[in-house]
Design a protein around this ligand. Sequence first.
Ligand code: GLC
Ligand code: CA
Length: 533
Amino acid sequence: MERWHKEAIVYQIYPKSFLDTNGDGIGDIRGIISKLDYLKELGVNAVWLSPCYPSPGDDNGYDISDYRGIAPEYGTLDDFKEMLDGMHSRGIKLLMDLVVNHTSDEHEWFIESRKSRDNPYRDYYIWRDPVDGHEPNEWVAAFGGSAWEFDEATGQYYLHLFSKKQPDLNWENPKVRQEIADMINYWLDMGVDGFRCDVINNISKDFTRPYAGGNGPRLHEFLHELHVRALEPHKALTVGETWGLTPAQALELTGEKRGELTMTFQFEHLLLGRVNGDKFDPEPLDKKAFVDILAKWEVGLKDDSYPVLVMENHDQPRALSRFGDLEYPYESATMLASMLYGMRGVGFIYQGQELGLHDPTFNSLDEYRDIETLNAYKELKESGRFTDGELLAKMQYGSRDCGRTPIPWTTEKHGGFTSGTPWIKTQVDSGFTVEEQERDEGSVLNFYRKMLKLRKSDACLKDGEFELLLNEDDTSVYTRTLDGETVYVVSRYASSECATPECIPENYTVLLNNYADFGKTLKPYQSVWLKKI
Ligand code: GLC
Ligand code: CA
């Protein structure tokens, strides 16, 4: 069934850091409303909004205490509806964040659940007896420590794959599944267009495994049920956050006939530059692998799914700092964009990525806010293996806060993000504000605008078949082919020049180029889209 997703270019908004309009230092919905024209002009036609539901904020909103409300710090339900209307009138769809692996421990279901073993909400969560006076198994939580928390009141442990303020819902309980389907229908009935589904492959647990995680035996069944009860009747679009899948597993979740999710993110390339994927343990980036992995997913999903093209989100440091070259900020940021978004798939862009932002500098531990970073720091410090300087360097390399500092809109104090005290540090670097980049024809922002327009207007770029022709010595060439038309994407992934590869066609027109010329030599981080004639 044909969905609108093939046309989609999705912009992720992290509301806390987008734009503050009432001076409390926290971004808000009215801030988003005031920037809808900016989004339209950028050329995006969908927004994924990170959680804006009521939450104690242990994990910046990924710990929800009321699934049907709007957090007061972000505004009211009326503000939300006004934002949604404003998006729709500009041809922009809205994907909300669906966080249903866990709730906040301050959600009324959990407040009830922990009261007694026979409370009607007890089975909404996963409770287990101690085993020999210990945790029921060895599972470790994503934010450190055991995934089990002992609750004195009833003498049992509850499971939390993330922080102990994020108890996992018990999806084996049919009542839980019905509540979630009803809640999804509530937002879809209001006009929301779909969801980004947080850690969704964790909803069915596999307790036979020695490590915490999902892809449990009932995953497909649970998703199909949601599809039938809520998603399909509304033709909702879904994109699953699913770490650690193979392309074959992704196909099982997203294949046309499966009736589960529309798409899943693939993040394999985001594990590069990290020893065993550990974000606080740097290793040199393997640039060839970066391209090979993207190509592998293009090919792996080609027959029965639609890939997601992503290199930043609120859990990742900035792409320019990780995969680009700070000596060539414009060239490498635009090369990465050109190489990635020339591929087949839905392009996801994280707020500020369109400015080519690099990571802010964190000078001390108290500048960090992220629970994962603070817990990791504590654990690594206690290990006694690192000096304070080494620890800070690790946090600077991998912290999620690198991508969470506010958008620099103007050259004013705090980049015009707030008139008050921002909830997290702001960094405003000359040339990296929206205000400056809008004026500058040669800015990363204007490159993104041009690129996204092209992408939407060209059928071959939308759905053309992908083929990798070359990926060696820091140079790659791939094609996109549809109905006899071919686009070549040629990219130089290095700060040195090289001869333009010979596999490009003799006659072409240049659709996109991050340099003024294109000829016999590829310049540092040059990337071009060529259409064969
Ligand atoms: C996802 C979110 C992340 C959050 C976690 C727990 O990975 O993207 O920000 O901390 O799930 O909800
Ligand atoms: Ca505010």
